[in-house]
Write a protein that binds this ligand. Structure first.
Ligand code: GDP
Ligand code: ADP
Length: 231
């Protein structure tokens, strides 16, 4: 944990485990800046940037974007918010990405959402997304106030091209082979906190309590540092 009081967290879990949903609650309750790798990629696809056009077909097939592309994209964004506390969602997804992050920043906490695969499959086919903000809805769990429209802007919601049953199966496989080793990476550093369950509303209070404790420790450290420096 840094003496500057900056808090750096990662949220990790299989596709559909609720990372976006929980990240929204964390940034609202604790003010961490939310950086979502998937939102950044979809913004590029939507804006038809060179990168977006290049990556769309492999993302739609459920394949991971190459490590060097992803690391450069995220580390550039992090440099722009160096003085803020942040929460990374969807990155790192491989041990190579975790290593490239570790070379620049040390992560204080990794929140691991451990949700069974059979729970996830049902969720993703009924996920609706507001692309500009990354806000997510679900027909059963958190439907929008007006069907097909974002609650905040009233803009249209879309279903992601990679949320089809076949692609979800491929993404879960990619998670098992490429991302699960990242859990071990952070466990061995002593920063992994696992939250297990099948419902976000039951998992969330545990995440909230954990972060309250963690952040109050950081704030105390910051106060001690400040008072030492002013002596
Ligand atoms: N039924 C149900 N759906 C949920 C729950 N938590 C999140 N969702 C929905 O499941 C989908 C995947 O959640 P999301 O936060 O996007 O997961 P991510 O892929 O890990 O970022 C979205 O449509 C959410 O609205 C839950 O506890 N129950
Ligand atoms: N860190 C990453 N490394 C490689 N590919 C990524 C990364 N983050 C996102 N992607 C690509 O974007 C897709 C969507 O990611 P994301 O929005 O995080 O969705 P989910 O958590 O639902 O799988 C992934 O399936 C993958 O193709």
């Amino acid at each position: 944990m840094s003496s500057s009081g900056i808090f750096r967290a990662v949220i990790i879990g299989p596709p559909g485990s609720g990372k976006g949903t929980v990240s929204g609650r964390i940034s609202k309750s604790f003010g961490l800046k939310h950086i979502s790798s998937g939102d950044i990629l979809r913004a590029n696809i939507n804006a038809k940037t060179e990168l977006g056009l290049l990556l769309k077909s492999s993302i739609d097939r459920g394949q991971l974007v190459p490590d060097h592309v992803m690391s450069r994209l995220i580390l550039t964004d992090l440099r722009a918010i160096e003085q803020s506390s942040w929460l990374l969602d969807g990155f790192p997804r491989t041990v190579t990405q975790a290593d490239s992050l570790d070379q620049v920043y040390s992560v204080d906490t990794v929140i691991n959402l451990n949700v069974p695969f059979h729970t996830i499959k049902e969720r993703l086919t009924s996920r609706w997304t507001h692309l500009p903000s990354g806000r997510v809805y679900n027909i059963d769990f958190n439907p929008p106030k007006v069907p097909g429209r974002d609650d905040v802007t009233g803009e249209p919601l879309v279903q992601r091209d990679d949320d089809t049953p076949d692609t979800v199966t491929r993404r879960l496989k990619a998670y098992e082979t490429q991302t699960e080793p990242v859990l071990e990476y952070y466990r061995s550093k002593g920063v992994l906190e696992t939250f297990s369950g099948t419902e976000t509303n039951k998992i969330w209070p545990h995440v909230e309590t954990f972060l309250h404790k963690k952040l109050s420790t950081i704030n105390k450290a910051k106060m001690i540092c400040t008072s030492l420096m002013t002596k």
